[in-house]
Design a protein around this ligand. Structure first.
Ligand SMILES: Cc1cc2nc3c(=O)[nH]c(=O)nc-3n(C[C@H](O)[C@H](O)[C@H](O)COP(=O)(O)O)c2cc1C
Length: 416
């Protein structure tokens, strides 16, 4: 059995009977913020949105490589097996590539650049089931250069969230995010994700159960403004902030709006005001090593999300609303350079190289577990805005593997 499976299948070393052991207590009591990576990131904070069948290991690795990412983690490196292998599925992963780790605060715009990455959403019932876990394990794959890496989970049973959180802690993630925003019928039908907006008490119980097992790991929530009306936002946000989560990401639409209406960014400003009212800033901040003399603050961060296309646009949204950071989803398609300090527009050859590198990463690290069809959908996101792009996209969409995709790109370059 691989070290990954041994690790997934053995009981957590940090927790017994739902209580953190002495070791994790020490972590939790460490410094202001303990192992809360959110507190050492320079502001504004940028996040790469969790996206099912998009932000897999290969996609995130491209961002870590191309967006000038400085990995940050306040955790100890995950436990290694006797052979020195990290708990991964594949021999080809880059988990042991030389990272820059260690909780060094880096201010965005000050030369450093650290953004937060998330897994695709993972169902807690599957994760806590011995069989289901085997299928989901590939979605929990990450590398050291992807830190801070947050596992996003969804479901509707507090007990399952607690169990799932223990597994995530044990797998070495930097944080846990709870999905309370997905509007799809399947998830809504079982009372999960955005359905929780109509179950505020259950939502709080889920957060408490997750926090209990998360120990020193920060727990965050990603949700929407409301179920059917934007004016549900106030009560819903208060309900969530009462639980003192580390961060709240607000996709500025309601569940009913799905992705149709333009994002309501004015509501993000209101959410920031609610947070400020519930958690006023200390007017006399005490010096602290992590905050470099500034207030560190343990109040929940507000991350705005919706329709942002570029880093520059993200900065404008932060200035407009006062939120602590922004999350970008669809704007990241085909653009692993997205978070570079200056918006960057690569030439065509560079774009093709990155696209094929992405496909190779996919094939090498996920190919055994996921269909190449998932990667094929990504080709089109790299191919737009140039002569012959339409024809190239159509051909790439039929490529059966990496080799065929490479031949198609070479054919294109010979013709143009
Ligand atoms: C293909 C796709 C898959 C998504 N999967 C998830 C998911 O797994 N978890 C989640 O919280 N949100 C998911 N979302 C929502 C995004 O994280 C984000 O909130 C939404 O796309 C709005 O941001 P944007 O306008 O920057 O794309 C998904 C969105 C897309 C387009």
């Amino acid at each position: 059995m691989s070290s990954f499976w041994q690790k997934l299948n053995k009981p957590s070393t940090f927790f017994q009977n739902g209580k953190s052991d002495v070791k994790s207590e020490v972590f939790a009591l460490g410094e202001a913020g303990g192992h809360n990576f959110w507190k050492v990131l320079g502001k504004p904070i940028f996040c790469l949105a969790p996206m099912e069948e998009v932000t897999d290991f290969a996609f995130r690795e491209m961002f870590a490589r191309y967006s000038g990412h400085h990995p940050v983690s306040l955790r100890e490196p995950p436990l290694l097996s006797k052979e020195g292998n990290a708990p991964q599925l594949s021999q080809n992963d880059t988990r042991r590539s030389p990272p820059i780790i260690g909780g060094v605060p880096r201010a965005a715009g000050g030369g450093g650049n650290s953004f937060v990455m998330y897994t695709e959403f993972i169902n807690v019932d599957g994760l806590t089931h011995p069989e289901g876990r085997k299928n989901l394990a590939i979605d929990l794959k990450y590398s050291e250069i992807q830190r801070p890496i947050v596992a996003q989970i969804w479901g509707n049973s507090p007990a399952k969230f607690e169990e799932a959180a223990k597994i995530i802690v044990d797998l070495g993630f930097d944080g846990i995010d709870i999905n309370m925003g997905c509007p799809q019928d399947k998830e809504i039908g079982i009372g999960a994700c955005a359905a929780l907006i109509r179950e505020p008490k259950l939502a709080q119980e889920i957060i408490s159960a997750t926090k209990k097992a998360a120990g020193f790991l920060p727990v965050s929530v990603k949700t929407r403004l409301g179920y059917s009306k934007t004016d549900e936002m106030g009560d819903w946000v208060r309900n969530l902030l009462e639980t003192n989560i580390a961060a709240l990401t607000l996709h500025a639409r309601t569940k009913q709006e799905k992705s149709k209406a333009p994002a309501h960014w004015e509501a993000i400003k209101e959410a920031v005001e609610i947070r400020d009212e519930m958690f006023p800033m200390n007017p006399h901040p005490s010096p602290s090593p992590r905050g470099r003399g500034k207030e560190v603050g343990l109040r929940p961060l507000i991350i705005g999300n919706g329709d942002i296309k570029s880093r520059q646009e993200g900065l404008e949204r932060v200035a407009q609303t006062g939120c602590d950071g922004v999350m970008i989803g669809r704007g990241a398609f085909g653009n692993p350079w997205l978070f570079l300090a200056d918006d960057y527009h690569p030439g065509l050859n560079e774009r093709f190289r990155a696209m094929l590198e992405h496909a190779k990463l996919f094939q090498d690290t996920l190919g055994e577990h996921k269909s190449f069809f998932i990667m094929r959908k990504q080709f089109k996101t790299y191919c737009s805005g140039f002569n012959g792009a339409h024809e190239l996209r159509a051909k790439l969409l039929n490529a059966k593997d990496l080799e065929e995709a490479e031949d198609i790109v070479l054919g294109y370059l010979e013709r143009y």
